[in-house]
Design a protein around this ligand. Structure first.
Ligand SMILES: NC(=O)c1ccc[n+]([C@@H]2O[C@H](COP(=O)([O-])OP(=O)(O)OC[C@H]3O[C@@H](n4cnc5c(N)ncnc54)[C@H](O)[C@@H]3O)[C@@H](O)[C@H]2O)c1
Length: 271
C-alpha cells in the first residue's frame, strides 16, 4: 500500500546490490511513495549489473561511487543535486563489509589492514558522506539521513567479528554528526538497527542460519524483513518524524528487549 508520503522528495540511496538488499527494497518503496532518487554503489558492485534493473523500474540514474573516496562522494552529490534539480531531502547509507569476516579471520587474530578497510567502508564512509553533504549544503531543511546498523554494537555476538565495532562507531557518528546537522541545517540523522536479514552482507556472517533462526524465536513479532526495514526507513524520510534525531531505532520484532522466550526455553527443557 502506498501513502504518497514522499511526494516531491529527492534523495540518494546507497547500497542496492541485488533484490535481497535492504537498499533495493527501500528504493522500490521510496518510488512507490512518490520520491525520486539517484542510486549509487561501489564501482565493483556495478559490474554485477543487477542495479540497472532497479534503475529502470524506479526511473532513476546510477552514479557509481566508492563511499570511502571523497572525490567520488563529491561528484555523486553534485550529480545528484543537478539531476534531481535541487537540494536533497533524504539519504540512505546501506553499506557494510568486513574483510576479516569475508576471509574467515577470527576476532582475536585480526589482520589490521583488513580491520581498517572494513572500518572505512562500514563506518567512516558515513561520516564522509555526511561531511560532503554538509559542506556542499546539499540537504533541504527537515531532510533525513538514515544508516543501517545491528545490535552487535551493544551486545556480544561472537561471529559478528569486527563489524560489531564498526557498527558502534557508525552509531556514534550518527549522534555526533547529527548534532551539527540538526543545529546548523535542521537535518535529522538516525540509525535503524535491523534484525538479521538474508542478504549478501548478512549471509557472510559465520553461522548465519542459526543466528537468524535464534533471533526469530526470541522475538515476539519474529524477525523484521528487508521490506519491514524499507517501510521504517520511509517513515523516517517522511515529514511524520520531523523531530526524531540522534536515535538508534530498533526494527527487530522486539528482540533487543528480550531475555529469553518460551520457544528458546523449550529447546533446553529435559522433558
Ligand atoms: N543483513 C543483515 O542481517 C543486516 C542486519 C542489520 C544491519 N544490516 C546492515 O544493512 C546494510 C545493508 O546491507 P544488506 O544486508 O542489505 O546487504 P548487501 O550486501 O545487499 O548490501 C551491502 C552493500 O554495501 C555496498 N558496499 C560495499 N563496499 C562499498 C563501498 N566501498 N562503497 C559503496 N558501497 C559499498 C555493497 O556493494 C552492497 O551493495 C549494511 O549496513 C548492513 O550492515 C544488515
Amino acid at each position: 500500500m502506498a501513502y504518497n508520503l514522499l511526494k516531491g522528495k529527492k534523495g540518494i540511496i546507497f547500497g542496492a546490490l541485488d533484490e535481497n538488499s535492504i537498499a533495493w527494497k527501500t528504493a522500490e518503496r521510496v518510488h512507490e511513495e512518490g520520491g525520486t532518487f539517484v542510486l549509487t554503489n561501489a564501482p565493483i558492485a556495478m559490474r554485477m549489473g543487477q542495479i540497472n534493473q532497479l534503475a529502470e523500474k524506479t526511473n532513476s540514474i546510477i552514479v557509481p561511487a566508492d563511499a570511502t573516496n571523497l572525490d567520488d562522494l563529491n561528484e555523486l552529490v553534485s550529480k545528484a543535486t543537478e539531476h534531481l534539480g535541487g537540494k536533497l531531502d533524504f539519504v540512505l547509507h546501506s553499506i557494510g563489509m568486513s574483510v576479516n569476516v569475508r576471509k574467515g579471520k577470527h576476532y582475536t587474530d585480526q589482520n589490521y589492514d583488513w580491520t581498517q578497510k572494513g572500518w572505512d567502508v562500514s563506518a567512516l564512509s558515513f561520516h564522509k558522506t555526511m561531511q560532503v553533504l554538509y559542506q556542499k549544503d546539499a540537504m533541504n531543511e527537515w531532510g533525513s539521513v538514515v544508516a543501517l546498523t545491528y545490535m552487535a554494537a551493544q551486545r556480544v555476538f561472537p561471529d559478528y567479528n569486527d563489524m560489531a565495532d564498526n557498527k558502534a562507531y557508525l552509531e556514534s557518528i550518527a549522534r555526533s554528526f547529527g548534532y551539527f546537522f540538526g543545529k546548523e541545517k535542521k537535518v535529522r540523522v538516525n540509525t535503524i538497527s535491523q534484525s538479521p536479514t538474508p542478504t549478501t552482507a548478512g549471509q557472510g556472517v559465520k553461522g548465519f542460519d542459526g543466528f537468524i533462526a535464534y533471533a526469530d524465536k526470541m522475538s515476539p513479532l519474529g524477525n523484521a524483513t528487508a521490506l519491514d526495514c524499507a517501510n521504517y526507513t520511509i517513515a523516517m524520510f517522511s515529514d511524520l518524524t520531523k523531530r526524531v534525531t540522534l536515535q538508534n531505532l530498533y526494527n527487530d520484532g522486539g528482540f533487543s528487549n528480550m531475555g529469553v522466550s518460551n520457544e528458546v526455553m523449550e529447546s533446553f527443557m529435559k522433558e
